[in-house]
Write a new protein. Structure first.
Lengths: 112, 109
């Protein structure tokens, strides 16, 4: 089944404790992206990757890192999480930039 | 940066009614997509429509890029249409997606 998977789905952590949210797609897609969704603000793009080893900042990259070492995986890294990073995070992928995006199920992160 | 505004912010319909959702954007774009987020949070791509008109079943969309707006039409609405509808644009010269704040639709049986 074609899909985008994210892990974990739910995470409660404390300020400053490094964490990684994984994202994997099995559709051989080139373009991958991370978004965060906050009430009243819609979705905002954090980082995107046009293809392996090529990543760039979205609108709200501060406090996040990404890497794209393999086509299928695009992990989101929070080196020192803070409470303002409490949010719902979505990973998405598409065949290439501009094509239909497929979204993962979301990861709800709470930083206390 | 580009502003993306959606209207109305909230909409309540009876089953079987038709509706039109609007997405205005303040600058030229290369790409525009519509998404539906169901009440369980799942995001589904509805249309990739940088210009012109497309139809998929009871849904259709029209984008007039020169006038900087897009419309999403829902005909004969059903309870399963409930959720939030987002438009997202890609400003010309970039590879970033900018989302509107959405239209929350509730269809009553």
């Amino acid at each position: 089944e074609a899909q985008v998977t994210q892990n974990p789905r739910y995470l409660i952590t404390v300020t400053g404790k490094k964490l990684t949210v994984t994202c994997s797609q099995n559709m051989n897609h080139e373009y991958m992206s991370w978004y965060r969704q906050d009430p009243g603000l819609g979705l905002r793009q954090i980082y995107y990757s046009m293809n392996v080893e090529v990543t760039d900042k979205g609108d709200v990259p501060e406090g996040y890192k990404v890497s794209r070492k393999e086509k299928r995986n695009f992990p989101l890294i929070l080196e020192s999480p803070s409470p303002n990073q409490t949010s719902l995070y979505f990973c998405a992928s598409s065949l290439s930039f501009g094509h239909e995006q497929y979204f993962g199920p979301g990861t709800r992160l709470t930083v206390t | 940066g580009i502003q993306v505004e959606q209207s109305p912010p909230d909409l309540i319909l009876q089953e079987g009614a038709n509706s039109t959702l609007r997405c205005n954007f303040s600058d030229s774009v290369n790409n525009l997509q519509w998404f539906h987020q169901n009440p369980w949070g799942q995001l589904i791509n509805l249309f990739y429509i940088p210009s012109g008109t497309k139809q998929n079943g009871r849904l259709s969309a029209t984008t007039v890029a020169t006038e900087r707006y897009s419309l999403l039409y829902i005909s004969s609405s059903q309870a399963t249409d409930s959720g939030v509808y987002f438009c997202a644009v890609v400003p010309s010269g970039t590879y970033k997606y900018i989302f509107g704040t959405g239209t929350r639709l509730k269809v009553l049986a």
